[in-house]
Design a protein. Structure first.
Length: 162
């Protein structure tokens, strides 16, 4: 038990010295202590006196930093994938929202929204009124068809006389 206490105090002292050398906040000491031993330093923190960190301590700190960066990278990839999965659920319809609005709500770029919500040109043109030309089926010009409110069938009396 006494050896554990000495090990913790030595670690805390090296962490204190390293924290000052690197210009970290004092809370950094608490965090690395908790990572190393699984408990907070509490009363031991009052007994700290900075000592020069040894190579084992510096190597441990370096390894912890690499582990943290790796976890952060994995988390960012996971978050990005989750956003894209949510966006995939949208498919084509934006439900009246602009690409910028959706991008802001998903935390991604407007270009990504456009890429995932756009439909292929052939599919777009298949449903295009210009290709379907419903006004020709009704025997009227395109302008007349729009002026009459896009009717689906021709009026009963084309001359308008009752």
């Amino acid at each position: 038990m006494h050896d554990q206490l000495d090990e913790r105090l030595i670690f805390l002292n090296m962490a204190t010295s390293h924290q000052k050398q690197m210009g970290y906040k004092e809370s950094w000491i608490y965090v690395v202590f908790k990572k190393k031993f699984g408990i907070w330093p509490n009363d031991l923190f009052k007994e700290k006196t900075p000592i020069e960190p040894n190579s084992d301590f510096l190597e441990w700190v370096k390894n912890q930093r690499n582990v943290d960066f790796k976890k952060e990278g994995e988390n960012l990839l996971f978050i990005e994938q989750a956003k894209l999965n949510a966006l995939h659920k949208l498919h084509h319809p934006r439900k009246g929202k602009t690409a910028n609005q959706l991008a802001k709500s998903f935390g991604i770029t407007a270009r990504t929204v456009q890429r995932y919500t756009s439909i292929p040109r052939a599919e777009y043109e298949d449903n295009s009124l210009t290709r379907l030309k419903p006004w020709e089926d009704l025997g009227m010009s395109r302008a007349t068809w729009y002026r009459k409110g896009k009717p689906l069938q021709a009026p009963a009396n084309p001359n308008g006389i009752a």
